[in-house]
Every structure is written in C-alpha cells, then in structure tokens.
Design a protein around this ligand. Structure first.
Ligand code: BEZ
Length: 211
C-alpha cells in the first residue's frame, strides 16, 4: 500500500556515498528530507543535486538532514559527484543512496510505471523527528524542483508542530499566521498576546508566535 502523511517512514539499510546507513539511526533526532532523482549523469538531476549542496547550511540551521536516492550504483554516484561539483560549482556534502535493488524506491513508491518503469520519479519526503512523514511531493522527470520551497514548507511544519497556527498561501518566515480553527476566540486571546485580527469567524490572523 502506498504511503500517506502521518505514516512512519519505512526504515532501511543502504549503501551511500558516505558509507552504509540505517536510515532511522542516521536521522537520529533530526528532521529528514529524502529525495529521489531519475538517474545519474542527467542534466536536471545535476542541477538539483548541486542546488541542495549549496543550501545545505539552511537545512542544518533547521536541524534537517538531507539524503538523495536513485537506482544507480555507488560507482556511478561517485563519478557523477565530480561532475556535479565541477558544473554546479559546489561541493557535494550529503549522501546519495545507491538503490540498485530498488529497496528504497519500492518502500517509498518512487517508481511510477506509467511515467517510467525503470527510474524513480522526483519524490520528496519530509520526515519529522518522530520518523513520521510530514510532506510528500512528486514531480515528473522533466521538471526540476524548487528546494527553497522545501525549506519554506519545513519552516511551516516546524512552526505548526509547536504552535496552534497554520500558515497561509505563500507564507514566509516572519509573516502573519492563521489561528488554528480548533482554537476558540477566548483561547486565542491568551495564546496570542500580540493580538488576533478577526476577518471572519473562521479567518483569524496573528503575528508569527515564535518571532
Ligand atoms: C534530467 O535529470 O535531466 C532528466 C532525467 C530523466 C529524464 C529526463 C530528464
């Protein structure tokens, strides 16, 4: 059965460019981003892996570990890493899983046969410190992902895990948040002392509570 939000992210052991890992142990108490790409030595994937290397510090700031996966073998990942570093002007600084036997791809349903029966699609899983899946995204091979958007979602996930708010469309760190519908007006006054703006009974804004 396919995975859903709130499910425990399947654990696995795998060879990676940074050695063998047990996925859950490797995550420890951190958040995680597991993302698949269709194949090594392909142009869009090359830009994506370089883009993540360049903003790795942003993931670290948020206590997030990132890891890539494709069904290519380790020697291919190692050779391709040199090309990524050269062409994207970066230093690869996170592991790539060699998933030749498709163990990870199958567990995470990353092969969509009607798109491509051999390669993984561009999946993204954000996993919380409780090892549960907080976000899933699927992009086709032809479209590179926006990893700044993944950081934005992580900001929202981490905020809403700790405060009774939700984040509106296109929200960015520091902007006003929506008071959760489960919070009564009376509770909202206590929980959000910086004020609540009530536009409709169901649409209430408050300044970001952890700023
Ligand atoms: C790419 O990464 O450029 C790519 C990979 C598979 C199919 C199409 C494009």
């Amino acid at each position: 059965m396919s995975l859903r939000l709130g499910d425990v992210a399947p654990n696995f052991t795998a060879s990676t460019t940074e050695g063998k890992i047990d996925f859950h142990q490797w995550l420890g108490n951190c958040w995680g981003v597991l993302f698949s790409h269709p194949a090594d030595y392909t142009p869009v994937c090359t830009t994506e892996l370089g883009a993540v290397a360049k903003i790795k510090a942003e993931f670290e700031k948020r206590n997030v570990r990132v890891i890539a996966v494709s069904v290519d073998p380790l020697d291919s990942h190692r050779g391709w890493t040199k090309d990524i570093n050269e062409t994207q002007v970066c230093t690869m600084n996170y592991p790539i899983i060699a998933d030749e036997n498709r163990q990870v791809a199958s567990a995470y349903d990353m092969i969509h046969p009607n798109a491509d029966d051999k390669a993984t699609v561009r999946s993204v899983f954000v996993i919380g410190p409780d090892k549960k899946i907080k976000l899933m995204l699927t992009y086709p091979a032809s479209t590179g992902r926006n990893f700044v958007e993944i950081l934005r979602v992580i900001d929202s996930l981490q905020l809403t895990a700790n405060h009774r708010v939700a984040t509106p469309a296109d929200w960015r760190q520091g902007q006003d948040c929506i008071v959760s519908p489960s919070v009564s007006d009376d509770e909202a006054q206590k929980l959000f002392p910086r004020g609540v703006l009530k536009i409709k009974p169901y649409l209430r804004f408050t300044p970001q509570p952890n700023e």
